[in-house]
Design a protein around this ligand. Sequence first.
Ligand SMILES: NC(=O)c1ccc[n+]([C@@H]2O[C@H](COP(=O)([O-])OP(=O)(O)OC[C@H]3O[C@@H](n4cnc5c(N)ncnc54)[C@H](O)[C@@H]3O)[C@@H](O)[C@H]2O)c1
Length: 336
Amino acid sequence: MKITILGAGTWGVALAALLSKNGCDVTVWSPIVCEIERLRATNTHQNLPGIQLPQNIIYTNDMEAACRDGEIVLFVVPSQFIRSTAEKAAAYIQNDAVIVNAAKGIEKGTFMTMTEVIADVLRTVRSGLQYSIAALSGPTHAEEVAAGLPTSIVAASEDEQISRKIAGLFANSCMRVYTNTDVKGVEISGALKNVIALAAGINRGMGFGDNSGAMLMTRGIAEITRLGLAMGCKRRTFMGLAGVGDLIVTCTSCHSRNNRCGELIGRGKSYEEAQAEIGMVVEGYHALEAAMGIAEKYAVELPITESVYSIIKCGEKPHDAMHRLMNRDIKSELDT
Ligand SMILES: NC(=O)c1ccc[n+]([C@@H]2O[C@H](COP(=O)([O-])OP(=O)(O)OC[C@H]3O[C@@H](n4cnc5c(N)ncnc54)[C@H](O)[C@@H]3O)[C@@H](O)[C@H]2O)c1
């Protein structure tokens, strides 16, 4: 199977290594010349220390060459670059390709999920193109996948045959793949858990403990579920790997940029200072505005997301935001 991977970051390269080991012919594209040169020259990635990548992966800056034979095209660039990358790739994607989105985010302004953004571009630029589309998401830190540690992930497509095809490609003794037909639920979970991870990080940075950490995670998945249900997604998706699974890993792991960024903010840094220290894209920040917009559109309350928005975008002190959260009206846990 010929695979095109768009994005040579930590996740794109970890997936390239996995698929190459599974016997696929893999080509990885990036717009960054020095990134491709370095991958070609060293077969290593700077964010995956100690990992030697398979020799037979092809690296290129040429989008046409990358997509020429791609039967499966994986989008693995940060979510804010998905639209521009789809616009670059659209002319070269093969008829009958299976497109897989592995980025986690919601587009500002349109509130589209990433598969919706890709479909939107293809509808405009390649209206006659035949293709299938899916999302790949779950509790999957690239560092652990690249190291071959046991991991599970969700392949989501409205067409069960397509999700099974993708599952077959990625599965091996280290990677267990579940399928789901609720694509929107899987993508909404992946985008919004990053905001809750910022909250969990802020909580730790302020010196609060495990009790409030557990509260934020539990009530975090409750608010993501509430929003997802209002959007027509399925409740069980939020209780699954792409929902609560990804939320747990992102809120607790040292590998999570959102979590680390939140911790720095909780210790008193501004978002800009924290982001500069992390040195990589913090997607929870980019999901904040869209999350607030969707919440308004569907008239759903997202108290934790609102608090993170207020801290990061409006400069509210984390302690004041936590105080407000603790003093909200009494609610039944059984309400959605
Ligand atoms: N890192 C993980 O463990 C992990 C796991 C699951 C999902 N994801 C998701 O995968 C996506 C990529 O994450 P990552 O960790 O690989 O990011 P990264 O920051 O490591 O890599 C980003 C890559 O995107 C490409 N890029 C940079 N600027 C670009 C531009 N202007 N246009 C197009 N491409 C550009 C480059 O190849 C760059 O290396 C994100 O949406 C993330 O949420 C990451």
